[in-house]
Design a protein around this ligand. Structure first.
Ligand code: FAD
Length: 402
């Protein structure tokens, strides 16, 4: 610990918050992480980690731990959900992949990634982890930020605060004052189940270890193995015709059945095995420039919530965390560290946020649009990474001096 070490508070113990805590502590500062839930945890579903994320995990010192359970899929495959025909694929074991990307494409169970980050935070002497700390608001002056918590929990003072409190970020709401998150009218049903439950036609795809994306009109299904292949993750996504703001009575199980009724046999076989216990309405926001508010910076979904169609929300949060740690390694004035972090990250995150919406529209085309998409995608070779390369390649580590 250097004499100039700062006291940084990180609000939120999701993937973004844990990664930020680790990164800042590894840069030589004291971190207190504050999570509102009674226990740390993640939901029981999968997560795709493109090479930009695995590079970030390596820089955070946790890639080996994540790789112990993650699966490295050989291919990403897009199928037509109606005909059951392959549209296109990307070969993740091709020479072109290894020439262009230095790190692996992985799929993992969220809990496994979260546990790897949490374990590394618990082992770090300069990180203090606190659960049951729901931040209600922050006050700041020229020298510090004062955080207030729900209930009788005493407040906390830090030199600077990282708000990693997710899509509905309380701190963002107070600082940015923008609109509520934008509901896309799409909803996801998702979960991981024992892989041996994928039988018949479904077992062929499950055994291939590929990431399968079955694209159809206003719906899609994503499937891939996680946890050494012991579990199989499935995410069914569709647009509801019954969206009503401030109500949960849309995007129901009945609509799921209805929307997927016309799909090919393999997709219909998979449908009864999709977790139904909870549904996730899908939100994003438009990009913003003001990630920094004095001594408070936004990170992860609090800064750039995006639709999941490029599978980049967590990947971008990990990139944020690495960039922030590198900034705090160079500067001991939080203003300089935050400015450098935001300059490096803002434009790239905004571009991915915007393109995630567009790619969702492409996935969900119907009729002639879908036919043209399929023809266009089919003409691309499986080792042609030109379209995804910019997404999977993080911004260079050398940031401009402010
Ligand atoms: P969160 O995970 O939301 O964490 C926020 C944390 O802050 C929570 O622990 C919360 O309890 C805590 N918190 C909130 N308010 C307070 C408060 N007031 N005080 C204290 N603590 C608070 N991304 C990918 O990279 N790859 C994928 O394949 C992928 N698939 C997805 C599939 C779906 C269906 C969805 C919906 C998203 C997907 N994402 C994917 C996106 C990814 O899940 C998110 O971008 C990522 O989890 C955001 O992490 P975060 O830490 O910023 O926020």
């Amino acid at each position: 610990m250097t004499p100039a070490a700062l006291r940084i508070a990180v609000v939120g113990g999701g993937i973004g918050g844990l990664a930020a805590a680790l990164s800042i502590a590894r840069a030589g500062h004291h971190v207190t992480l504050l999570e509102r839930a009674a226990r740390f945890g993640e939901i029981g579903a999968g997560l795709q980690l493109a090479p930009n994320a695995s590079q970030a995990l390596e820089e955070l010192g946790v890639l080996d731990a994540v790789q112990r359970t993650a699966v490295a899929p050989p291919r990403l495959v897009m199928m037509d959900a109606l005909s059951g025909d392959q549209v296109t694929s990307l070969d993740l074991r091709s020479a072109a992949y290894t020439e262009r990307f230095t790190h692996p494409y992985l799929v993992t169970h969220r809990t496994d990634l979260h546990t790897a980050l949490l374990t590394a935070c618990q082992a770090h002497p300069d990180i203090t982890l606190r659960t049951g700390h729901a931040v209600t608001h922050a006050e700041q002056d020229e020298s510090a930020v004062h955080l207030h918590f729900a209930g009788t929990t005493p407040g906390l003072t830090a030199d600077a605060v990282v708000a990693a409190d997710g899509l509905h970020s309380r701190l963002r709401q107070a600082l940015v004052g923008d609109e509520e998150p934008v509901c896309s009218r799409y909803v996801a049903f998702r979960g991981a189940l024992p892989a041996d439950r994928m039988t018949g036609r479904m077992s062929q795809h499950a055994a291939s270890d590929a990431v399968m994306v079955w694209a159809g009109p206003r719906m899609h299904l994503v499937q891939y193995p996680v946890r050494r292949g012991e579990l199989y993750n499935q995410v069914a996504v569709f647009e509801s015709d019954h969206y009503t703001p401030d109500s949960d009575d849309w995007g129901t199980e009945a609509e799921l059945e209805e929307r997927f009724a016309g799909t090919c046999r393999t997709v219909r076989d998979a449908l009864p095995l999709i977790a139904r216990d909870r549904r996730w309405p899908l939100y994003d926001r438009l990009p913003i420039d003001n990630w920094i508010h004095g001594r408070i910076a936004l990170l992860g979904d609090a800064a750039h919530p995006m639709l999941q169609y490029l599978a980049q929300g967590a990947c971008q949060a990990l990139e944020d965390a690495v960039a922030l740690g590198q900034s705090f390694g160079r500067f001991t004035d939080p203003a300089d560290a935050f400015a450098t972090y935001a300059d490096r990250r803002r434009e790239r995150a905004a571009r991915i946020q915007t393109n995630a919406r567009r790619f969702g529209e492409i996935c969900h085309l119907e009729g002639m649009g879908a036919t043209l998409r399929n023809q266009l995608f089919a003409s691309r070779a499986s080792d042609d990474f030109n379209d995804v390369s910019w997404v999977w390649t993080p911004a260079p580590a050398t940031a401009p001096t402010p």
